[in-house]
Design a protein around this ligand. Structure first.
Ligand code: ADP
Ligand code: MG
Length: 382
């Protein structure tokens, strides 16, 4: 019955993934488990997802021939790479199913568009100023200290500078080659939390439990689930994330990062894809965020996001190989000695500083014991 909407795409259909990083790799694993095949587009010969995909198109994200192959051979396509050109999504969407939309991704990949959208949607956001030219930088006063962030292509704290006053902001803006930026007032954060959710073509939403995140040098370090904050804040985060996804008319998996300042929640940023802070769902939820991504783009029903264990996720960076000035393999056996620790290594060949090489999640019934084990396991890695 055609009036019921788009046809469901059944296994063993070929799906497409734009981007070959770890998020794409987990998508490939989920899709394979569910009986689908995957074509990955990524210019890196050794990309984590490309190396386990059914087909790896080793080409740029705007390569016309590769996009044509994807459009012709993939029945539904998604992205794991936030900075995929929005035009690529738009082009593919002319001939096949693509989620999320080019319009939603274009907002998420541009900090000024993103924050302006939050504001216009009536969602709480911290004080910010769009900086197109030096004259947009506010005079000394209320807005400082602040963080200047490039509008595009920043991640893991890259493309950001902390500035105390207008003079420093001007210097930082020059350092960013006068690219469009956003200046955000530096907030006294009590906590950072995030909500990952999946929204389907019918507008149904399945949100995962609110996670508490701590960062080290601008990179996610640990996620603790459930977050250790008031039930009101956790519920409020869920509601705001759902409202945001609905206002964006978003279809796919969405990560929403929040700042907690006192009892107030502010939206920091969104990611139009599965999110690092949602990796705990692989081991602690009935359905994980990558299975949910497969379900959404194929038009299958959403899975249950229910949490079945407390979880603490710890990122493993290239730094774990590079301690004490030399290169060592981390002590994996010590991690595996914990029977409730689930290890995930991404198959990246070169352990560079600040590069995400893997993560582990400790799960269990006792939240404090889980956190203690995670801390011990991470310290035992080196
Ligand atoms: P990225 O794309 O690198 O994740 P974010 O905007 O999320 O960029 O910034 C990374 C981290 O820097 C945040 O998770 C937070 O810890 C800190 N940070 C960013 N903006 C602010 C701010 N306005 N006030 C306080 N801390 C901030
Ligand atoms: Mg962030």
């Amino acid at each position: 019955n055609k009036s019921e909407g788009p046809a469901v795409i059944q296994p063993p259909a070929m799906l497409g993934m734009l981007g070959g990083g770890q998020l794409g790799r987990f998508f490939v694993i989920a899709a394979h488990e569910m009986g689908y095949k995957v074509t990955v587009l990524d210019p890196d010969k050794h990309s984590p997802a490309g190396s386990i995909a059914d087909v790896h198109l080793c080409a740029a994200f705007d390569d016309a021939a590769a996009l044509q192959t994807m459009a012709q051979t993939c029945q539904a396509i998604s992205t794991e790479f936030e900075n995929v050109p929005a035009e690529t999504l738009a082009t593919l969407a002319q001939s096949t199913v693509v989620h999320p939309s080019a319009a939603a991704v274009a907002i998420a990949q541009h900090r000024v568009k993103e924050k302006t959208f939050f504001q216009q949607a009536g969602l709480p956001v911290g004080p910010f100023v769009a900086v197109n030219s030096e004259s947009d930088l506010p005079a000394d006063g209320d807005m400082y200290p602040a963080v200047l962030k490039v509008a595009r292509f920043g991640y893991d704290g890259k493309g950001q500078a902390r500035v105390a006053n207008q003079a420093e902001a001007k210097a930082a803006f020059a350092g960013f080659k006068h690219e469009v930026c956003v200046l955000e007032k530096m907030l006294a954060l009590d906590l950072e939390v995030s909500v990952v959710l999946a929204r389907d073509v019918h507008g149904n939403i399945a949100a995962f439990t609110t996670a508490e995140n701590s960062h080290l040098n601008g990179i996610l370090d640990i996620s603790i689930v459930p977050a250790r904050c008031s039930e009101v804040i956790k519920a409020n985060a869920q509601e705001l994330a759902k409202k945001l996804a609905t206002r964006l008319d978003y279809v796919g998996v969405l990560g929403v990062e929040f700042f907690v300042v006192g009892q107030q929640l502010l939206i920091n940023e969104i990611a139009p894809r599965p999110h690092n802070s949602g990796h705990y769902t692989l081991d602690a939820c009935i359905t994980d965020q990558f299975e949910q991504q497969v379900r959404v783009i194929t038009g299958q029903a959403l899975g249950s996001p229910a949490l079945h264990s407390n979880a603490v996720m710890v990122n493993i960076l290239g730094d774990s190989w590079l301690y004490s000035g030399e290169q060592h393999e981390p002590a994996w056996d010590k991690a595996f000695a914990h029977g409730n620790l689930k290890m995930h290594l991404y198959g990246k060949q070169e352990p560079r500083k600040a590069r995400k090489m893997g993560h582990f999640t400790v799960i269990g019934d006792d939240a404090q014991a889980v956190l203690n084990t995670a801390r011990i396991a991470r310290s035992e890695l080196h």
